[in-house]
Design a protein around this ligand. Structure first.
Ligand code: ACO
Length: 374
């Protein structure tokens, strides 16, 4: 075994091939630059592109939207379970349970054919928003709000959470975040999904495992953690002082840095104007001013730019969403990317089973229990 290729965190290691997205020369889904997709398309159109490899025609898009709409329903038993989960359980844990539960009521759960996996991916994308929104309403003692099947996923998320007609610009801002979160090559959660798929396990298992990986604050969990400090810091001056102290304590500022993008995350740049606009509209300029100062300080002191979670967390806050829904929103969108990777893994499968460099005890013989010292 060639031990020289070992790198902690697999940094820089090419661990497989993909035709779904590339990040070397800006982020592209299936060859299309993320900037163009964010400007011109919708989450549904991008989901179709990522799952099928090509942009849909109008007819294909209508059919795809219709499939998602028709699948937007939950078995009564799942709603009952969402009602009975203890109140303080983190929403990401509920999403993980939800993905697993959805498998129990999916007749094709065990079928790993391409057709079945594609169909299950659509159902998961349609139903995970219901898991999130229903649970959110139920935990607040409110009635669930059924989806409007002829409306987009972004519309329905705002509608089902609030029981109010959402503003079109809010729907659009949410939709853009969902487009940007869809897919990102071999990140930790996607790699998790591929490892699971490589054992010939099923899509619900892969997505459930991936949700567990996304939850961590070094990955998707960061979009919630940025609010920990943004809600605490009252002025740009206080923010500047806090950054200096945090960096001195060698703390990581959530929402900054990226394993691959060392000079800047293109997704963060796309979201920044949406953030500014929403902040102005909702009276949140003070938070934007604090955020801008933090960014300036982190760039100056550590030369580290923000990642997508920095503006996404703020944008969701300006939309008035509960903070623990931010990473679940990431789940809803990334389910598309995970599913595409599961399909790609299945299409040319080889069990993912790397090796480890052993650094443990030298070979030794078993010592009988009675001979071991306390
Ligand atoms: N705040 C402060 N310092 C940081 C940060 C940060 N957010 N990120 C990296 N650094 C520092 C490291 O401490 C290290 O400093 P040193 O050389 O003085 O020791 C240096 O930058 C290099 O960092 P690495 O450890 O090589 O970075 P790595 O590739 O392991 O980390 C990661 C990438 C995990 C994303 C990191 O930047 C981080 O923890 N960020 C905060 C969490 C976050 O926002 N995650 C979301 C990522 S995007 C996504 O998942 C959608």
């Amino acid at each position: 075994m060639n031990e020289t290729i070992y790198r902690p965190g697999l940094e820089g290691i090419v661990a497989g091939q993909t035709s779904i997205s590339s990040i070397a020369d800006g982020l592209r889904y299936r060859g299309y630059p993320i900037e163009q997709l964010a400007q011109h398309s919708s989450f549904e159109e991008v989901a179709y592109l990522v799952l099928h490899g090509e942009l849909p025609t109008q007819g294909q898009l209508d059919q795809f939207r219709n499939q998602i709409g028709q699948a937007m329903e939950l078995p009564e038993e799942i709603t009952a379970t969402l009602r009975s989960i203890p109140p303080g359980v983190p929403m990401m844990d509920v999403m993980r349970t939800g993905a697993s539960l959805l498998g129990h009521w999916d007749e094709q759960a065990q079928d790993i054919s391409t057709e079945a996996t594609l169909a299950k991916a659509v159902r998961l994308v349609a139903r995970l928003p219901l898991v999130m929104c229903y649970r959110h309403r139920l935990r607040q003692g409110q009635q669930v709000v059924p989806p409007r099947k002829d409306q987009s996923l972004a519309y329905n998320i705002l509608w089902m959470l609030r029981d109010q007609e959402p503003q079109p610009d809010h729907v659009r801002a949410l939709d853009v975040t969902l487009i940007l979160y869809v897919e990102h090559e071999f990140n930790a959660s996607t790699f998790t999904a591929r490892v699971v798929a490589s054992t010939l396990s099923d899509l619900h298992s892969a997505v459930t495992a991936a949700i567990g990986a996304l939850k961590g604050p070094l990955h998707g969990g960061a979009n919630e953690r940025v609010l920990d400090y943004l809600l605490k810091l009252r002025s740009p001056e206080e923010a500047a002082q806090w950054v200096g102290q945090a960096l001195q304590r060698k703390e990581r500022i959530m929402g900054f840095g990226h394993r691959v993008y060392r000079t800047g995350d293109p997704r963060a740049a796309i979201l920044a104007p949406y953030c500014e606009q929403l902040a102005a509209q909702t009276g949140n300029q003070p938070m934007e001013a604090v955020a801008a100062r933090i960014e300036q300080e982190v760039r100056q002191q550590k030369n580290i730019p923000p990642n997508v979670d920095y503006p996404a967390g703020r944008l969701y806050y300006y939309l008035g969403l509960a903070v623990d829904l931010y990473t679940p929103l990431f789940v809803i969108s990334r389910t598309v990317g995970w599913s595409a990777h599961v399909l790609e893994q299945q299409a040319a499968n080889r069990l993912i089973r790397p090796r480890a460099r052993y650094v443990g005890a030298q070979p030794r013989d078993y010592v009988p229990l009675e001979q071991r010292r306390e």
